[in-house]
Design a protein. Structure first.
Length: 219
C-alpha cells in the first residue's frame, strides 16, 4: 500500500496539469479540465449565474467566478469544507439531502440559473458494480436539479463515468437540450473512465419532452 501511494504521489507531482494549476493559483488540477471545456465550448459569459455542485476544494468555482466577473454569481455546494473564495457563495452539505437542496433553492430565490457545473463523484470503493451506479445517480440528481433551475437556453456540464447506465443517461438528456455533447478533456487522465456530458440549449420544460432523441455529438 505504501509503495502504491508513493507511486501515485510521484505521478501526481510530475503531472503537467498539477503544475499548471499551481502556477495559475488554482486549488486543484480539475480547474484545468474546466478551462479546457470553456476554451472549446465557451461555457461562461460575464454576468452569468452559475451553480457548482461538488465544488470542494474550489478549483471549478475559481474558474467560474473569474469568468462571470463581479456582475455574475457563483453558488457552490459540497459535503466537504471549502475555504472561502471571493465571488463564491458556499453551502456545506450533502447535495443528495433534501434539506441541503432546499437551502440551495432558497439561496437562488427563484433567480434563473444560466449554467450548472458538476464535478461530483462518489467515494470510490474500487468495486465497479457499486461505484458506477453511484456515479450515475449523482449525475441524475444534477440533471433533475438543472431541469428545475435552468433558464431556457441554459446549460449543464457534468462529470460521468463510462459504463453501465451511461448511454441511457445521455439518451435521456436529448429531450431536455437542443444539443448533447461528450467531452474528454486532455487534463483527464487517459486511464480514467471519466468524461463530461454537456447539455446546451435547455428547452425549458423537461415535462414536454420531444420525441426525437438525436445522436450523441462528438464535434
Amino acid at each position: 500500500m505504501a509503495r502504491r501511494r508513493s507511486s501515485w504521489l510521484a505521478e501526481h507531482e510530475n503531472d503537467p496539469y498539477v503544475r499548471q494549476a499551481r502556477q495559475a493559483g488554482y486549488r486543484s488540477r480539475a480547474a484545468c479540465k474546466l478551462l479546457e471545456l470553456d476554451a472549446k465550448d465557451s461555457l461562461f459569459r460575464p454576468g452569468m449565474t452559475v451553480v457548482d455542485l461538488g465544488a470542494a476544494p474550489g478549483g471549478w468555482s475559481q474558474v467560474a467566478a473569474d469568468r462571470v466577473g463581479a456582475a455574475g454569481r457563483v453558488v457552490a455546494v459540497d459535503i466537504l469544507p471549502m475555504a472561502p473564495l471571493a465571488g463564491v457563495e458556499f453551502i456545506r452539505g450533502d447535495f443528495c439531502e433534501q434539506a441541503v437542496l432546499d437551502q440551495l433553492l432558497a439561496r437562488l430565490a427563484g433567480r434563473p440559473v444560466d449554467l450548472v457545473i458538476s464535478d461530483m463523484a462518489p467515494n470510490i470503493s474500487g468495486v465497479r458494480a457499486v461505484d458506477q451506479p453511484r456515479s450515475i445517480h449523482l449525475v441524475e440528481l444534477a440533471v433533475e436539479f438543472s431541469n428545475t433551475v435552468l433558464r431556457r437556453g441554459g446549460a449543464l456540464v457534468a462529470k460521468v463515468f463510462q459504463g453501465a447506465g451511461f448511454q441511457e443517461l445521455v439518451r435521456d438528456l436529448h429531450p431536455c437540450y437542443e444539443k448533447v455533447l461528450i467531452r474528454k478533456p486532455r487534463a483527464s487522465r487517459p486511464r480514467s473512465r471519466e468524461v463530461y456530458v454537456l447539455g446546451r440549449g435547455f428547452r425549458g420544460d423537461s415535462r414536454q419532452a420531444l420525441e426525437s432523441t438525436g445522436e450523441i455529438g462528438q464535434d
